[in-house]
Each structure stands twice: as structure tokens, then as C-alpha cells.
Design a protein around this ligand. Structure first.
Ligand code: PLP
Length: 317
């Protein structure tokens, strides 16, 4: 079962009226710095603060009657948890979110605030996937993973689809990369709407499993990387996302934590927007490619804006 651009078109129809059509921002300062024309797709302004609402809502809106009744289960300490909890609430589906007991209190509170039932576990002793499978089996719940799922990938692809529809074809597109849901969906949209666009995925330097996988031709697993980009601390690409990335993406690049902080500062100071560290990956990488980008039309996907304000301030201090 291969995922196609038609699936993204169908996802766009399902999320219409629920997800925001986020703005495309421009900055004269960014254009001057890179000597290029840059278009920022601002998914930090998406509902619940990240693009993950798109994939989560698309997946849940395809549930049949029995699935709706039994509910959804997801494990995540981050944006996927909030995306599933909010989508489930909007669709009237019970949601159980499995989170580590030491997850930031603000994230647990946000997930509960969206109506999700939070089940905590000890991340050093218990296996969250086993807990998820157990709930799925015993209570008939449907498990929705954060990236390796056809409906999630198709939903994530709607952000790039909107970007190309709004600004037309681009020469380059930079996309933040964790497990590859956003990148593979963006790739399918790019190939349909802007076939000549060069497409780059960007990972934290400390966790370049995707780059290693892309260059070696097989999925590489790593230990949880130490980086401020907590949305991209994934240990490996997915079995669905990797083949799409391998086929459609031009390369995987990296950015260091210091470069992410610089980009975060730029977004705050120059564009007056709050972007979480992971959301800065695309722009941080683009800034290192001035030579190639000069005179070009460049898309940058800003993936999310969920960062505790105290942490935001501390990172910029
Ligand atoms: C999840 C997430 C990513 C990575 O997305 P994948 O689909 O796992 O590659 C990037 N940025 C933010 C803000 C995220 O929440």
C-alpha cells in the first residue's frame, strides 16, 4: 500500500475547517541575509502549536464506528500527545495518552486540558510500547503512532501542499526531521506541486540517524540523542517514511544546538514569533547554504512553537 499525493488531497479535505490554514511569513532581514526569497510556513501557529494536529486529526477522522467507541491510544511526551488529545476531543473519541511520569508538568497538563486521559509510566523500568499494545489489545483501542502511519504522513503533507498552493513552485524546501512523517508527506506534496524543488530534511547534529540511514541505504537506530530539539529525539526513521525519503528527498542535513538557538533568537527578535528548538532546524540549515540559495525561492517549514516560556528565555539568555 503506497501513499500518494491523492492521499494528501483527501487529508486536506478532512482537516478543512478544523486545522488552521497557517500563514506564510516573509522577512526582509532573512531575505537580505541569504540573498534569497524565503517563505516560512508557520506551523508554530497551528492548533495546539505544531503541524502534528494535521496528521492526528486526519488519522482519527478515518476511524470507523467501533474504533470511535473504543477510543485511541498514543504514547508521546510531546506534540503528538496534544495533537491526538485535541483531535479526539473534536471528534468525540475517548483518548488515552501514555506519558513518562517525569514528563514536564506543563505537557501533562496541556494533554489533560485537551481532554486526554493521561497514563504515566516509569521510563526507566517500563516499556511504553508494551503498555500501549496491552491497552490496544485488552480494550480494543486503536494505537496511532507519531509518524509511521499512512494517515499521519498524508495529514502532515497538507502543510507543504498549502505552502506550494500559496506561493507557487520553489527551488528549495527545508523541513525539520524526526521520524520522518513531516518530511515524507512534504516530499509527496513537493513532487506533485513543484517537481523540480530540491528537498532537504534537517536533523539535530547529535541525532543524525536519518542522515546515516539516507546515506547508507538502511534504517540506522541510535540511542536517544542529547539535544535541545526535543521534537526530533527519535531513534530511527519509520518503515513507511524511510522509503519515501530515500526516493524523493535530495539530502539530509544537520544543525547544532547553538545554531538552533541562533535561529530561535532570529525568529523572536526579527519576526516576533516563538518557535520551539525543533522548529528551527530548517532555517538553521538554510542559513549555512548561502552560496547555493542566492537568488532562489526557498521554502522553510517552521514545524512548531511549543516551548515553556521559562525555557525559551533561558535558552536565549
Ligand atoms: C514531531 C515534530 C517534528 C518531527 O516530525 P517527524 O514527523 O517525526 O519527522 C518536528 N518538529 C516538531 C515541532 C515536532 O513536534
Amino acid at each position: 500500500m503506497s501513499i500518494t499525493y491523492e492521499d494528501i488531497v483527501a487529508a486536506a479535505r478532512r482537516i478543512e475547517g478544523y486545522a488552521h490554514r497557517t500563514p506564510v511569513l516573509t522577512s526582509r532581514t532573512a531575505n537580505e541575509e541569504l540573498g534569497a526569497e524565503i517563505f516560512f510556513k508557520a506551523e508554530n501557529m497551528q492548533r495546539m502549536g505544531a503541524f502534528k494536529f494535521r496528521g492526528g486529526f486526519n488519522a482519527l477522522s478515518r476511524f470507523n464506528e467501533a474504533q470511535r467507541k473504543a477510543g485511541v491510544v498514543a504514547f508521546s511526551s510531546g506534540n503528538h500527545a496534544q495533537a491526538i488529545a485535541l483531535s479526539a476531543k473534536l471528534l468525540g473519541i475517548p483518548a488515552t495518552i501514555i506519558m513518562p511520569e517525569d514528563a514536564p508538568a506543563s505537557k501533562i497538563a496541556a494533554t489533560r486540558g485537551y481532554g486526554g486521559k493521561v497514563v504515566t509510566f516509569d521510563r526507566y523500568k517500563e516499556d511504553r510500547e508494551a503498555i500501549g499494545r496491552k491497552l490496544a489489545e485488552e480494550q480494543g483501542m486503536t494505537l496511532i503512532p507519531p509518524y509511521d502511519h499512512a494517515d499521519v504522513i498524508a495529514g502532515q503533507g497538507t502543510a507543504a501542499k498549502e505552502l506550494f498552493e500559496e506561493v507557487g513552485e520553489l527551488d528549495y524546501l527545508f523541513v525539520c526531521l524526526g521520524g520522518g512523517g513531516l518530511l515524507s508527506g512534504s516530499a509527496l506534496a513537493a513532487r506533485a506541486l513543484s517537481p523540480k524543488c530540491k528537498l532537504y530534511g534537517v536533523e539535530p547534529e547529535a541525532g543524525n540517524d536519518g542522515q546515516q540511514s539516507f546515506r547508507s541505504g538502511a534504517i540506522v537506530h541510535i540511542d536517544t540523542p542529547k539535544t535541545i530539539a526535543d521534537g526530533a529525539q527519535t531513534q530511527h526513521l519509520g518503515t513507511l517514511t524511510f522509503p519515501i525519503i530515500q526516493r524523493e528527498v535530495d539530502d539530509i542535513l544537520t544543525a547544532s544546538d547553538a545554531e538552533l538557538v541562533d535561529a530561535m533568537r532570529f525568529f523572536a527578535a526579527r519576526m516576533k514569533i516563538v518557535v520551539e528548538p525543533t522548529g528551527c532546524l530548517g532555517f538553521a540549515a538554510a542559513r549555512k547554504m548561502k552560496e547555493q540559495l542566492r537568488g532562489r525561492r526557498v521554502g522553510v517549514l517552521i514545524s512548531g512553537g511549543n516551548v515553556d516560556i521559562e525555557r525559551f528565555a533561558a535558552l536565549l539568555a
